[in-house]
Design a protein around this ligand. Structure first.
Ligand code: ZN
Length: 126
């Protein structure tokens, strides 16, 4: 894999990782419970629109929380993919399909800089 291309992808991955950290910080917090270390819990919103008492969960808050849980899960998953891709850059195997050892392809990596399989393997996996 061409060094300039790898550098470009590395910059894109680091940028996305930073953005993800910001997005995750906005809707979740570090889980201090007995879950997986480093996992995050979605924030429970408080819109302050429930006049039933401050600890009451209004339907709007519960709905928003469910969205936060989903988005947090998706962002965390993406963060893992990006961390793995950055590891592959360090190991010098970035851009190599993890399934067949063939090239992932620059177009595919431009579309998804964290792609770990070539288009054929990604298709046959589904
Ligand atoms: Zn492959």
């Amino acid at each position: 894999m061409d060094q300039a291309f790898t550098d470009e992808m590395k910059a894109a991955l680091l940028k996305e990782q930073m953005e993800l950290t910001g997005e995750l910080g906005a809707i979740s917090h570090k889980d201090v419970g007995d879950h997986v270390p480093g996992s995050r819990d979605a924030n429970f919103p408080n819109f302050g629109d429930d006049n039933l008492g401050e600890n009451t969960e209004s339907p709007a808050e519960v709905a928003e929380y469910e969205v936060n849980v989903n988005v947090t899960g998706r962002l965390e998953q993406r963060q893992v993919e990006i961390t793995d891709a950055l590891k592959r850059i360090e190991q010098g195997i970035y851009g190599t399909c993890l399934k067949c050892g063939g090239p992932v392809g620059e177009d595919r990596l431009r579309a998804n800089s964290a792609a770990s399989a070539c288009i054929n393997c990604a298709k046959s996996h589904v």
